[in-house]
Write a protein that binds this ligand. Structure first.
Ligand SMILES: [Zn+2]
Length: 289
């Protein structure tokens, strides 16, 4: 119905004017309500109708659930980043240690020796005779492994000989001790290896292999939980100790070129002498006494 139809032409002019004003006020109210309804309809259609109603009923945290999906994905990404960080840390640690280990690289012999024994580079002890020189001087400290055998402090030897002695001690001496003595040898008593002198302490003649760090004088066996056994004639030892030393001397002849001990001569009455004769290539002899 048109607005003008509501205002009857039969009413007086003043009454028509008042009626018209009333209609206009009503119209304004209707228009306002219509505008609000239109806005609500627009909002409903924009958000999604029923979906929007559900969202209006949810709490803020629930609405935020989809927003948490990136959070739940982060732990998946995190482990991929953590190892990388750890690798970076691990990779940086050796770099920090490198500056402190800037010593001269070990010789091939010392590197091989250090796989079976604790040993370090050293120098030939000062001596009066300039002929007394160790080619590759090392200090042999102890064999490695579960049944480590220590050597006398300051045992200075040529590396080639030290390697032979360390392998012989770990692979032959210790198993023989465990078999005959039923215990383990923890340390070998000895001299210092290097001695600048002639054979048998003579004033003339050839230099001893000790003058080249190429010999070892074994004086005693320190064993686990038992008294130390000193090297002496087997006849003066307990049966199991004598059997051990006898087997040791025989086996040593397979490793060293010279093996002397109690019974060989007076000079070796109280120790076993092992050496690798440097002259073996020119005059390949063996002494196994
Ligand atoms: Zn000797």
């Amino acid at each position: 119905m048109a607005k003008h139809d509501l205002v009857s032409p039969h009413l007086p002019a003043s009454n028509r004017f008042m009626k018209a004003q009333s209609l206009m006020r009503n119209c304004a109210m209707v228009c306002a309500v219509s505008s609000l309804l239109a806005e609500a309809a627009l909002a409903q259609s924009t958000i999604g109708g029923p979906v929007a109603q559900k969202l209006q009923g949810l709490q803020g945290d629930e609405i935020g659930v989809p927003k948490k999906r990136p959070d739940t994905q982060q732990p998946v990404q995190a482990p991929q980043q953590e190892p990388a960080n750890k690798r970076q840390i691990q990779a940086s640690e050796p770099k920090k240690a490198e500056p402190s280990s800037d010593a001269t690289p070990p010789t091939a012999c010392l590197a091989q020796l250090q796989t079976v024994a604790t040993a370090k580079r050293t120098t030939t002890p000062i001596s009066k005779d300039s002929q007394c020189v160790i080619d590759d001087p090392v200090e042999l400290i102890a064999t490695k492994g579960p049944y480590s055998v220590a050597f006398a402090e300051g045992l200075t030897l040529d590396c080639t000989f030290a390697l032979a002695l360390a392998e012989f001690t770990a692979n032959t001496l210790q198993p023989l001790a465990r078999h005959h003595l039923e215990t383990t040898v923890t340390k070998l008593g000895s001299g210092q290896g290097f001695v600048c002198r002639r054979r048998n302490n003579a004033t003339i003649g050839r230099l001893s292999e000790h003058a080249f760090g190429n010999a070892f004088d074994l004086t005693s066996y320190v064993v686990q939980n038992k008294p130390t056994i000193t090297v002496r004639l087997e006849e003066k030892m307990k049966p199991n100790e004598a059997a051990f030393q006898r087997a040791l001397r025989k086996a040593a002849c397979g490793t060293f070129t010279t093996v002397l001990g109690p019974g060989s001569n007076k000079a070796h009455a109280t120790h076993l002498h092992f050496d690798l004769g440097r002259s073996e290539k020119k005059n390949p002899y063996r002494i196994c006494e």
